[in-house]
Design a protein around this ligand. Sequence first.
Ligand code: LMR
Length: 308
Amino acid sequence: MLGPDTPVRLNLLEIPQGLRAAEGAALELQDAAFPLLSHVDVTADPASAFTGANVALLVGARPRTAGMERGDLLEANGGIFGPQGRAINDHAADDVRVVAVGNPANTNALIAASHAPDVPRERFTALTRLDHNRALGQLAPAVDTPVGGIRGVTIWGNHSATQYPDVAHATADGAPVPALLAARLGGADAARAWLADEFVPRVARRGAEVIEVRGSSSVASAASATIDHVHDWVLGTGDRGWTSAAIWSHGEYGVAEGVISSFPVVSEGGEWHVVEGLEIDEFARTRIDASVAELVDERETVRARGLV
Ligand code: LMR
């Protein structure tokens, strides 16, 4: 995650009921003899878990259960991400970087950030690299190019079904993806229809598809994407072009300020930067606005409940 020479010391934070299982996970981590894993601690105490932390992966969240309204879900998660934000504020290292993975990830990151007034808010992010990687995985066979040859894909907005996976600026082995799709599918209209009716909903609902097929939420792909996110944040995106991450909005591309929204980003000098100057067509504008409206709505809900 942090490069081939950086050892990792893991602090696993669990709720008291989960401690035994976390201790079991620690046994397995030891047995895997990872050369870069120097130590594993298991605790139910956020203060001790976050003491000196350089990277905080906020993976655990309260899942939605039958009969639960969205506001209730946000409130239940406020009870997790608020105290974790406070513990990060009080105990983490000065260079701490935070990524919220547990859902609703963007607003959970916002809640954590608002409980950590001493930590720059740009250090609180949410995971949309999973959606980004899913988009690459769907696009690769459609343009008959390995995922490594695809550049310029963007996930905009919320890590939810409203997100907008955008390939308008994508290239495959240097060739524009929209033109490749048009050539393969029989014209620009057919390409637009495939994107709107198949690609976008498939990527945006992939989490639900995984849950339906395997019976529980994604694990390996989410873990892998989390590692990608932190790796690129710390070590830089280099010449691999941009990726997607949900970061604090300063109003770029007309996204409301003060929500944690996914953007096209590069990482340089250990910081995410939004890629500037991309043209946004009318379809993209509508989709981005809809996802950002959902983020604003989530923010209003948690504000009304005193969570931010
Ligand atoms: C995913 O995208 O796989 C998850 O966010 C889905 C979920 O609701 O856990």
